[in-house]
Design a protein around this ligand. Structure first.
Ligand code: GUN
Length: 293
């Protein structure tokens, strides 16, 4: 079998188009422009790339983008003050604090200081609890993007066996919760899972979110399964013509061997990544609509 490629880039462009229409209606009917504030502490190069990309897309759909770049040595008190001001600012409807934070800052404390109604990442304990009990909440962007692609490809995923590899608060746990809420039978696998390969082999849906380049290979995959690759890993790829080092972006899934067995698969790049940002924009416009009745 050669897998259908799930084109996250094209789907994300469609989602952003719908967000743009919603933004235009909010402006025309209510005179409101949704605003997203992104807080970046320090100068981690990957985080800087993500933040720049989020800012650009925010403006492209017609929303206001506010960037707060803070020094790597920023104190917890200063960061909490910034969040308090953003919570109180009526022009800011969504707040995202880029993770990971420098080690001296307590991420849980910082995230839980965000007004849950503006928590477009869905990481605040209130939103985690609402999602866990199937109530209306802000849903974390990466798992939401994965779910949207699964629903788009399958229609219903009810009753399917899903294995999520990875148990992070950002992806693994909320992904499992969303799949359960959609009536999948869900297994969360992780680095201590015994017989990981056999566990994955039983899955109709595999979501790989472990941060280990090309770990999942074709012999792990059941014929016809759907494979969602959340990984974004930069690996060495030899040297350029001028002798400087070359790198390549790969997922947690070995694409070639898995695509030969799977029924459908997301590529890296162009799969989950663009959907994450599209869902962030969608969450921001949702937060703005809820704030304005
Ligand atoms: N770092 C990596 N992924 C994310 C995300 O989805 N949200 C935030 N805030 N930081 C991240």
């Amino acid at each position: 079998m050669t897998a259908t490629v799930i084109d996250g880039k094209a789907f994300a462009a469609k989602v952003r188009g719908k967000v743009g229409e919603h933004v235009a209606r909010l402006k025309a009917d209510h005179g409101i422009t949704p605003g997203l504030a992104v807080v970046l502490v320090g100068e981690d190069p990957a985080s800087q790339v993500y933040v720049r990309s989020k800012g650009k897309m925010t403006v492209e759909v017609g929303m206001n983008s506010y960037e707060h770049k803070l020094d790597v040595n920023t104190s917890e008190a200063t960061l909490l003050k910034v969040i308090e001001e953003l919570n109180a600012d009526p022009d800011v409807h969504g707040i995202l604090v880029q993770l990971p934070l420098p080690d001296h800052l307590d991420s849980d404390l910082v995230i839980n200081a965000i007004d849950p109604a503006k928590d477009v990442d869905g990481f605040h304990v209130s939103n985690v609890g609402l999602l866990g009990t199937g109530q209306k909440s802000m849903v974390p962007c990466t798992p939401l993007g994965c779910l949207m692609m699964l629903r788009e490809h399958h229609g219903s995923i009810s009753g399917m066996n899903a294995v999520v590899i990875g148990r992070s608060n950002i992806v693994g746990k909320p992904m499992a919760q969303l799949l359960l809420n959609d009536s999948c039978t869900v297994t969360i696998a992780h680095s201590r899972t015994k017989d990981l390969q056999e566990t994955v082999k039983r899955a109709d849906i595999v979501v790989a979110a472990v941060g280990r380049p090309e770990m999942v290979t074709g012999d792990w995959i059941k014929e016809g399964a759907t494979v969602i690759d959340v990984g974004i890993n930069r690996i060495d790829a030899g040297l350029k013509d001028d002798g400087s080092p070359k790198t390549r972006l790969v997922g947690d899934v070995d694409y070639a061997s898995c695509a030969a067995v799977a029924g459908a698969i997301t590529p890296v790049p162009g799969g989950v990544g663009p959907m994450t940002i599209a869902c962030l924009l969608a969450n921001t416009v949702t937060a703005c609509s809820r704030a304005n009745g």
